[in-house]
Design a protein around this ligand. Structure first.
Ligand SMILES: [Zn+2]
Ligand SMILES: [Zn+2]
Length: 398
């Protein structure tokens, strides 16, 4: 799985110096040549060659394998899905149609991903059921993912069971060889008008249930609905840095179009689970780190964990105050555009119980402390510069 995270960023064809349409034979040939030229045995101590050798091997590992190559091509064809949210509006309360789909994710240990798919904006089939091309419905999926996966990006497969156009009748609902007839009551409009004086009401045609057509012999597969449930896999690549609540639009991955119309889109709403210790602020990671009173006073180099990497040393200067923020550069969220920082907030811990030795030390410290930290507050009361509005004498005398 980890390897797939960088599938989108890395052009394995380019690494091997072949075109995307290269045959398996051409790919193998290109790889062998690169491997021969850059092999560590023939280039001892040449780091650049060793890197080229490793890159070529990694590339060949994927595009040299028919199955992996197909997946890789799909992932890259899916395109970058960010920045998201740009240019599409929330469907609002369009989830009324939920319940006729289910959705699950489970691949390569991703059983912790939870989700649900909702049908959105189901289009009326009505009068246009037999008409021109219709764009498929947009589908919504919600995806819950681990903090780390959201930060690092992840490639996964959504397994959807969704309504799809019936393959037996191509969505007409009529038994193959027969055709739906235009409804004689509504003339195919799917609605009937009822004139009552000044007012004209339109109501769905009862004869055809608003479909505009009458199916005399229903399709045996879909029982006349024109729709069948079909399991479908959708490759999704979430880029690094997906935020909680972010919505990602996958063009053309939604419901199928009708009569040659284009497919709708799949909207994936991401929910990111909180991390036990790390938080997030834009591209920065946040972390609260407790320090002792002594560390704050005397200064100290402390170990601070990073997300997915080794811990780093953070210098706490002597006299560091509780609640101050310290920046660890480039240990934040790495997106294709920018790498954030890790913002460490130190919290001086006040001991709630002391052993005899500690108590003695603190008492010694207290005895040696002669200046009150509240001296300025006493001064503020005495030297209040605002005149007392009730004290006329002081003003007159002054
Ligand atoms: Zn059918
Ligand atoms: Zn009708």
């Amino acid at each position: 799985m980890a390897a797939q995270r960088d599938w989108y960023e890395k052009d394995f064809y380019k690494v091997l110096g072949v075109s995307q349409t290269a045959t398996a034979k051409e790919i193998t040939k290109a790889y062998r040549k690169l491997a021969r030229e850059n092999h560590p045995d023939t280039n001892p101590g040449n780091n650049a060659a060793e890197n080229r050798f490793k890159e070529a091997s990694a590339a060949y590992d994927v595009v040299g394998d028919d199955v992996k190559r197909k997946e890789y091509d799909e992932v890259r064809a899916a395109g970058p899905m960010g920045p998201f949210g740009g240019g599409f509006s929330s469907p609002g309360g369009g989830r009324g149609g939920a319940g006729n789909m289910n959705f699950n994710v489970g691949q390569d240990g991703l059983g912790d991903l939870l989700g649900g798919v909702f049908n959105r904006g189901g289009r009326g089939r009505g009068a246009s059921a037999g008409g021109g091309p219709q764009r498929g419905a947009d589908l919504e999926a919600s995806l819950t993912l681990e903090f780390v996966d959201a930060i690092q990006g992840i490639t996964t497969t959504l397994y959807l069971t969704s309504d799809a156009q019936c393959t037996t009748c191509n969505g007409s609902g009529a038994k193959p060889g027969t055709h739906p007839k235009t409804c004689s009551i509504c003339g195919g409009r799917g609605v009937v008008d009822d004139n009552q004086g000044f007012f004209s009401f339109s109501s769905p045609c009862r004869n055809c249930q608003g479909r505009g057509v009458i199916i005399e012999q229903g399709c045996p597969t879909c029982r006349g609905s024109g729709i069948e449930k079909r399991a479908r896999e959708v490759k999704v690549r979430l880029p690094a840095g997906v935020a909680d609540g972010q919505r990602i639009r996958l063009k053309g991955r939604g419901g199928p179009g009708r009569n040659g119309g284009p497919a709708g889109d799949l909207l994936v709403e991401c929910h990111v689970l909180p991390h036990a210790v790390f938080g997030r602020d834009g591209d920065n990671l946040t972390l609260r780190v407790p320090i002792t009173f002594a560390e704050a006073v005397l200064g100290s180099d402390i170990d601070v964990p990073t997300l997915g990497g080794p811990s780093v040393k953070l210098r706490i200067k002597s006299g560091t105050q509780s609640g101050t923020r310290h920046r660890v550069k480039t240990k934040g969220i790495e997106t294709p555009k920018h790498t954030g920082d890790l913002i460490v907030t130190v919290e001086v811990q006040v001991p709630t119980s002391l052993n005899a030795e500690q108590r003695a030390a603190i008492e010694t410290f207290a005895a040696a402390t002669t200046v009150s930290p509240r001296a300025h507050l006493a001064d503020a009361t005495r030297n209040d510069s605002r005149p007392d509005p009730t004290d006329f004498r002081s003003e007159a005398e002054g």
